[in-house]
Design a protein around this ligand. Sequence first.
Ligand SMILES: [Fe+2]
Ligand SMILES: [Fe+2]
Length: 232
Amino acid sequence: MITFPISTNTLVRDIVNELPKTSDVFKKFRIDFCCGGNIPLSEAIAANGINEEDIMAELRLVFEKNSSAETDLEVWTKSDSNTIIDHVINHYHRTSEEELSLLSPYVTKVSRVHGDSHPELLKVYELFYEFKRELIEHMAKEETVVFPIIKQLEDGTIENREEAINMIIELEKEHDHAGEILRQIRAITSDYTLPADACGTYRLVYKRLEDLEGLTFMHVHLENNILFPRYF
Ligand SMILES: [Fe+2]
Ligand SMILES: [Fe+2]
């Protein structure tokens, strides 16, 4: 277990650079982590009349959530499908939904503020919202339609097996398309390379988009390579 690396002496800017999801906490406490982020956390706490314990507890929570990220995927090959489905829903669907909604205002803001001088951000904006729309729809379809069908395949109560398989194939096509959008974001941002004048929001958007890509790849891997092949 890695110990919590943030102290009140740490610069706000450095905290967000190291752990971009802490930007949500700073936003909530109305601390400017972007242009005014070059001050120690203690100073920002004092300037905004914030309770130190409150904010440290929330920062710690972000850190803990982040460091409990899945590292051992092998364990899932030995799990039954119901367990995998529950894990996918609780660990990936809910997390992706939350992150897509939290990240949206930053993507919108950075493309509005810097889109003129960095037109690739306008494209990132378009691609991000396309990705968001499609992934949310896709996850809802899995949860309401296809996962229940997989449970029927699993316990042998399925009526139309061929139709069930076709729906799984459809999901795989949607995964391909999501992956294609992520590849386009990667290409347009030259692998998330920041320009020299990138502000804090710019940095956190690139870092969080990259993390979202990682989360999506793990999620798709569990479905495409572990769960779905059980039924072909
Ligand atoms: Fe899924
Ligand atoms: Fe999926």
